[in-house]
Design a protein around this ligand. Structure first.
Ligand SMILES: O=P(O)(O)OC[C@@H](O)[C@@H](O)c1c[nH]c2ccccc12
Length: 268
């Protein structure tokens, strides 16, 4: 059990679905990211996905690619991204943090040093989209030892792999709603409902859905079948739209308020 399990258990008792925003850490800077996280919590978010910017975000659409580019322009590192979790906790944020990173930055740091760092910095979960389950044994063992949940992704094409992936999972199962890259969508994979029931039947863990979710209607629709809903690009796009306000001392509060209101609208 860790902070993620406790959060989902609490929501289940209340019959609620977790709202899980994703944001790119350091877009536009680490300090603003912490203030945005506080707004996300105030808007009703239940867990936060902290995205580590990467130079080759192969699974990301244009919105998150641009956000990663902005953050990397300011030279943010994976260590600084992890520090944001501790600083946000110190500023009073209570939500569980899931570190979202591609595998390369972890390899560059070295698994030992990486786990030594995140086990001390308020990280409860890990999502590494380009680490196949067939190659994650060492990392999974280190995550277990640190009581940090390695959260797997399953896609509608995972089919017979679903049971193998969910069988060794911790935290929750991240169900990808559509094929392709992240980004706001108006429609989802045609077999989405049967895919979600297949995943549900394969695990006792909570299941969350992500990719393309950008409206209250989407959140409502998927709340019937899932325990959590991940929203990334729609929120990252809202942050992008408010950058001029966020970067002006005079209008910063207004920009943060616009982000809070947008996310509150998703939660309803
Ligand atoms: O951006 P979307 O369409 O709302 O999808 C969530 C997604 O951003 C986040 O979970 C994520 C960001 N980059 C990823 C790469 C792979 C899987 C998931 C992700």
């Amino acid at each position: 059990m860790n902070h993620i399990d406790q959060t989902f258990a609490g929501l289940k008792e209340q019959g609620k679905t977790a709202l899980i925003p994703f944001l790119t850490v350091g877009d536009p800077d680490a300090g603003t990211t912490i203030e945005i996280i506080r707004q996300l919590e105030a808007a009703g978010a239940d867990l936060i996905e902290l995205g580590v910017p990467y130079s080759d975000p192969l699974a990301d659409g244009p919105v998150i690619q641009r956000a990663s580019g902005r953050a990397l322009q300011h030279g943010i590192t994976i260590t600084e991204c992890i520090q944001v979790a501790e600083d946000a906790r110190k500023s009073g944020v209570k939500l569980p943090f899931i570190l979202f990173t591609y595998y390369n930055p972890v390899l560059q740091m070295g698994l030992e040093k990486f786990f030594d760092l995140i086990s001390k910095k308020e990280i409860s979960g890990l999502i590494i989209p380009d680490l196949p389950t067939e190659e994650d044994a060492e990392l999974r063992a280190m995550a277990e030892a640190a009581n940090i949940h390695l959260i797997p992704l399953v896609a509608p094409t995972s089919k017979e792999r679903i049971a193998r992936i969910t069988g060794r999972a911790r935290g929750f199962i991240y169900c990808v709603s559509s094929l392709g890259v992240t980004g706001v969508r108006s429609d989802f994979h045609s077999g989405i409902d049967s895919f979600l029931s297949d995943v549900r039947q394969s695990t006792e863990l909570p299941i969350a859905i992500g990719f393309g979710i950008s409206s209250r209607e989407h959140v409502e629709r998927f709340s019937k079948q899932c325990d959590g809903v991940v929203v990334g690009s729609a929120i990252v796009r809202k942050i992008e739209e408010t950058l001029p306000l966020l970067q002006s001392a005079e209008h910063r509060r207004e920009g943060l308020e616009q982000i809070r209101q947008f996310v509150q609208g998703l939660k309803g």
